[in-house]
Design a protein around this ligand. Sequence first.
Ligand code: HEC
Length: 179
Amino acid sequence: MGLLWLFVACMVAQEVDAPRFEGKDALLRPVGYREWVFIGSSLGLRYDPEAAEKSRPGSERYHNVYINPSSYREFSRTGRFPDGTILVLELASAAQKNEPGLQGSYQDKFVALEASVKDSRRFEDVWAYFSFDEKDGTVKDKAQPFPKKACWSCHNQKAETDHVFTQFYPILRQARPSK
Ligand code: HEC
């Protein structure tokens, strides 16, 4: 009986943070990710040859990145991302304070929600990439994977660890077991 409960408890624990799909590959919008492990934040970070001309102060966005807790624990043990890893990238607009006695930039409004999922059985290229943004600024409940060229290729070429930009996530670098 005790073992059975342990089994059920494990199933429930797994269910909570695993990516949820509809049909073959439509990812349901992750919920509860703000209780996941927060692995990093950047401001205005992007690969863009014309960035210097384009970026205006205040137009840059904050990027907040979360990982599901069970995959974080697995990564901490093995240094690898298991199947079922889901990473969420939430973008926020930046606002400035410039007044006597108060200076600096802070996150204002959430403006975009993206996710990546590792699943070698579901996706031919193992990792797949999704956006939950509607054109009118609202979020959708499910998303189809992007074509390879749109997201996967850059992650494949430039990300340090298995398509994930650990070079920008000190929390994952510290969590990884030392070789
Ligand atoms: C030209 C390169 C490039 C392209 C194209 C790209 N990304 Fe990324 N992506 C990055 C960088 C750099 C980061 C590092 C985190 C950040 O943005 O602060 C990142 C991080 C992410 C993360 C957080 C997890 C991780 O893998 O590090 C997600 C999720 C993500 N991108 C989704 C997408 C989606 C969806 C697309 C396609 C619509 C996309 N990306 C296209 C460069 C790219």
